[in-house]
Design a protein around this ligand. Structure first.
Ligand SMILES: *Cc1c(COP(=O)(O)O)cnc(C)c1O
Length: 362
């Protein structure tokens, strides 16, 4: 499993960030829980939240490390994965000069964060099966500092083949960010146990999907300690609030995540079987995630019809190789039942014109 790359973090990081003297919180060195805290100008009278949170989130990382079997020094936590995506681009891409590479269609935040940081975006389309076009990526990535891979990919739903990811890791001299936001829905262990083999690998996971905690904004990243140290230098000192750290710890203690995943996977199969019966459905892409990419006849009308019935799905039809496609999240059974019943209704009244229906409009 020897990699061909010559990984040198000091050559990859932006020079100003390499030199950066980070903001120092005195609490980073603190180990005694009962210390008298006169260092941070807090109000000493407790109402529950009078103290700044642990800047390194040590208790939470210990718990996550136990569950994932990953050493705490290989873990970085962000205010959502979105913060981590932004920090990675900020750490490695010199504005106006460096680029990232994305495999389209994919999650929109990679490009948005690149734009915010004035990093260029090299876009390579996924192939007809939504797998990585390895020769093109290897060729074009010579200009890039970071390659983003999303597996299972959003919005297509499929896992990216392991050997393609390994080939990239072994041949790309920059950072490979593997976004596994949906890995808990897939029948696959993912790459988080492989960070020791690949110094250039960053695996992203999140509390937002299978863990049902999108509201607390907590993203996890696993990677070699050199990259963790860079991210720790440039993050805001108290990026994960005390409320969020507590909520996440509590959720991890009564860990009931698997029953929710099982229910969603059952509902996904039910939705697939019902969608297959509809004449307006042209194709249902295989899914390793909690959503389906579905190609419809008259997808615009389907989208509008659902919207009027207060069912909101995502139109992805403008993405490469996604003509006519809507992305539908697997909901709870009643949501899914309502969706299917609306789609059946649509099939019956397909050419119905709401605009001309004065009764409906009054
Ligand atoms: C939903 C999603 C995330 C989650 O982002 P958070 O900021 O952690 O909520 C990350 N990546 C992809 C591809 C997603 O679809």
């Amino acid at each position: 499993m020897k990699t061909k790359i010559d990984f040198d973090i000091n050559k990859l990081v932006r020079p100003n960030i390499l030199k950066l003297k980070p903001y120092q919180s005195a609490r980073e060195q603190m180990s005694d829980q009962d210390a008298i805290l006169l260092d941070a100008n807090e109000n000493p009278f407790p109402i529950g939240y009078n103290r700044y949170p642990d800047p390194l989130q040590r208790n939470l990382k210990t718990k996550i490390g136990e569950i994932k079997n990953i050493a705490t020094e290989n873990i970085f936590l962000g205010n959502g994965s979105d913060e981590i995506i932004d920090l990675l681009i900020r750490a490695f891409c010199i504005p106006g000069k460096d680029s990232i590479l994305i495999n389209a269609p994919t999650y929109g935040m990679y490009e948005v964060c690149a734009n915010m940081n004035d990093a260029k975006v090299i876009k390579v389309n996924l192939d007809n099966e939504f797998q990585i076009d390895l020769p093109t990526v290897l060729k074009k990535s010579q200009q890039a500092k970071i390659i983003f891979i999303c597996s299972p990919n959003n919005p297509t739903g499929n896992l990216i083949q392991q050997d393609l990811i390994v080939d990239l890791l072994k041949n790309f001299n920059g950072i490979v960010v593997l976004d596994e936001a949906y890995i808990d829905f897939a029948n696959d262990a993912g790459f988080s146990s492989k960070i020791d083999n690949y110094p250039n690998l960053v695996v992203l996971q999140t509390f937002s999907k299978a863990r049902a905690m999108a509201g607390i904004r907590l993203g996890m990243a696993f990677m070699n300690t050199e990259i963790v140290n860079i991210l720790n230098k440039i993050k805001y000192p108290y990026n994960i609030s005390l409320l969020n750290q507590k909520a996440a710890l509590k959720a991890l203690e009564d860990d009931s995540v698997n029953s929710g995943i099982k229910a969603i996977l059952e509902q996904r199969e039910w939705l697939i079987s019902e969608l297959k019966k509809l004449k307006i459905v042209d194709k249902i892409w295989p899914s390793d995630a909690n959503f389906l990419l579905v190609q419809f006849k008259n997808h615009k009308q389907v989208f509008e019809f659902l919207l009027r019935e207060d069912i909101i799905v995502r139109d992805r039809s403008n993405e490469p190789n996604c003509e006519g496609c809507l992305r539908i999240t697997v909901g709870k059974s009643l949501d899914n039942l309502m969706l299917i019943s609306c789609l059946k209704q649509f099939e019956r009244v397909k050419n119905y014109n709401y605009e001309k229906d004065t009764v409906f409009r009054s």
